[in-house]
Design a protein around this ligand. Structure first.
Ligand SMILES: C[S@@+](CC[C@H](N)C(=O)[O-])C[C@H]1O[C@@H](n2cnc3c(N)ncnc32)[C@H](O)[C@@H]1O
Length: 285
């Protein structure tokens, strides 16, 4: 088994970061950021999902500091090709997995993984958590374009919802938390926000989901299939607040560390919800 003791990771902060993490270093509690690492619903979801790695040669796309690779190894994965495109995160994750003594079943690859480039490997399962604030944020559709191997999680779904009630909160700039440090700029931004609020159609709140909302449309996509550049869903809205809810397989994203996506205040008739599958941006037409 390859060990890395005595060889320092190249960037100093990694050492201090690992030292900070050591009290928590039960093998399955490490990842990139604390909110993600300690996101219990997410970790439990992946814990169950990755049981299917047993006896399989797998790829992890974006291993971060390795939490999912460690879960898969614990569940008996035969070998893992662990990809991480970010050089610093790559070194950190590799160092952690090596230090924990698991690296004999891991090949570390510091590259941007794309399914179309990696068909030659004898891979039986691909797993990932390249999901941002919406299911498409980390360019998942291009990453897995042309994949012939099973990918988990696999089904990306969105429920489009409409909230009809009144919203208690107006958009404000939370000063001094979001102060630019320049009083004139702060005041100017506040003016812009007030003007935006008067517009007919306004991007309203980030990070809030609404109770008692009504389902007005939905889609489901398997990432093993061909994914269009934009997804169009027929809806009917005239007023209220439209917002999406995302699922990977049956796991609701907002239940974990993922923040809720934007919502759009609507004052006229729209019949289509359209989402770009490169960055997840969406709009109504
Ligand atoms: C949301 S983090 C997840 C990290 C880790 N798997 C976890 O669950 O804690 C996604 C990571 O994937 C990496 N990433 C995204 N797309 C990638 C790709 N196509 N190839 C390699 N790494 C990728 C990012 O740099 C980031 O570190």
């Amino acid at each position: 088994m390859e060990k890395n003791r005595g060889r320092d990771p190249p960037i100093y902060f990694m050492r201090s970061k690992i030292q900070q993490l050591i009290p928590w270093m039960h093998p399955y509690k490490i990842g990139v950021g604390p909110t993600m690492i300690f996101d219990k619903p997410r970790n439990k979801f992946y814990w169950e999902l990755l049981k299917q790695c047993k006896d399989k040669v797998c790829v992890e796309v974006g291993f971060g500091t390795g939490i999912l690779t460690l879960m898969a190894l614990h569940h008996g994965a035969k070998h893992i090709y662990a990809y991480e495109k970010d050089p610093s995160i790559f070194e950190l994750g590799k160092y952690i997995i090596e230090e924990l003594g698991f690296s004999d079943r891991v090949t570390f690859v510091n590259e941007n993984y794309k399914s179309k480039d990696h068909r030659y490997l004898d891979i039986e399962l691909i797993f990932h958590e390249i999901i941002g604030r919406n299911i498409w944020k980390e360019d998942i559709s291009n990453t897995f374009r042309g994949a012939t191997t099973k990918i988990v999680p696999n089904v990306l779904a969105c429920n489009i919802r409409l909230f009809k009630g009144s919203v208690g909160r107006k958009p404000t700039l939370d000063l001094p938390r979001y102060s630019t440090g320049c009083e004139w700029l702060d005041k100017t931004y506040l003016e812009v926000l007030k003007d935006l609020w008067k517009e007919k159609d306004t991007i309203t709140y980030d990070g809030i989901s609404y109770p008692n909302s009504r389902l007005i449309g939905s889609y489901k996509v398997s990432i093993n299939n061909w994914i269009p550049q934009t997804i169009e869903v027929d809806i009917e809205v005239e007023n209220g607040i439209v917002f999406p809810e995302y699922y990977i397989d049956d796991f609701k994203l907002a239940e974990g560390h993922w923040v809720v996506d934007k919502s759009i205040k609507v004052n006229k008739k729209y019949t289509k919800f359209i989402q770009n599958t490169t960055d997840g941006n969406w709009w109504l037409e």
